[in-house]
Design a protein around this ligand. Sequence first.
Ligand SMILES: NC(=O)c1ccc[n+]([C@@H]2O[C@H](COP(=O)([O-])OP(=O)(O)OC[C@H]3O[C@@H](n4cnc5c(N)ncnc54)[C@H](OP(=O)(O)O)[C@@H]3O)[C@@H](O)[C@H]2O)c1
Length: 223
Amino acid sequence: MKIGIIGSGAVGQTLGAKLVELGHDVVLGTRDPQKLDEKKNMAASLKDWLAAVKNKAKVVTFKEAAVHGEMLISCTHGQISVEALKLAEADKVGPKVLIDTANELDASQGMPPRALASQDRSVSENIQKAFPNLKVVKSLNTIGAPVMVNPKAVHNGDHTIFVSGNDAEAKAKVTDLLKSFGWSDVLDLGDLSSARGPEMYMALWLRLWGATKTGMINIKVQR
Ligand SMILES: NC(=O)c1ccc[n+]([C@@H]2O[C@H](COP(=O)([O-])OP(=O)(O)OC[C@H]3O[C@@H](n4cnc5c(N)ncnc54)[C@H](OP(=O)(O)O)[C@@H]3O)[C@@H](O)[C@H]2O)c1
């Protein structure tokens, strides 16, 4: 499948590399594709990323990524995800499925970052409101990037990932993609307003990270 990733940090690079490995036609969007040498926050330079994926993907603008993908993945700070998708002109690309991986975190006052998520809103709903053409599905925001694409690395994969969204078909497509990464327990939380739950969960995840001193963690919803 053609996949356009909007965001070139740890999440965009990790998902992009896995999708290339699975045989997808991947482009990774960044604001200035000429700046391949610049080290990305918590991730490799895009030059190193391209070498790691053996040049089987391309680094393009946000706009080119939005045009390319049959499915889009938004991987930017939650505070500016709408702004990044405006740069991508995502309003002009038709009814595409977009996976929103974002959290709103504020590290300006030191570690751990403050989770800004609220009972009254979510990044995903903000994106859906700004881009009614897209079929937004919240997922992947509740685990660290390495776990996203390698769930078996934690407790042999026996733990839970969530999807939230207004479109059942879009959630089914995202669930299929998650299963191709190795996820077996995909829990549908409901419509997009349910994304407030996994976004607020970040407050707990950050404390679990602090307590266990590893990002290779997740929760299992026993039922
Ligand atoms: N890191 C993780 O393990 C993890 C796990 C779960 C969820 N998340 C969430 O996933 C999202 C992505 O995280 P990340 O660590 O991969 O990347 P990030 O560092 O949060 O974001 C990187 C992307 O944001 C773009 N960007 C930064 N400022 C911008 C602005 N003002 N306007 C437009 N674009 C801007 C960058 O553009 P350029 O490409 O031009 O540099 C880059 O593509 C975040 O919301 C994060 O909270 C992260």
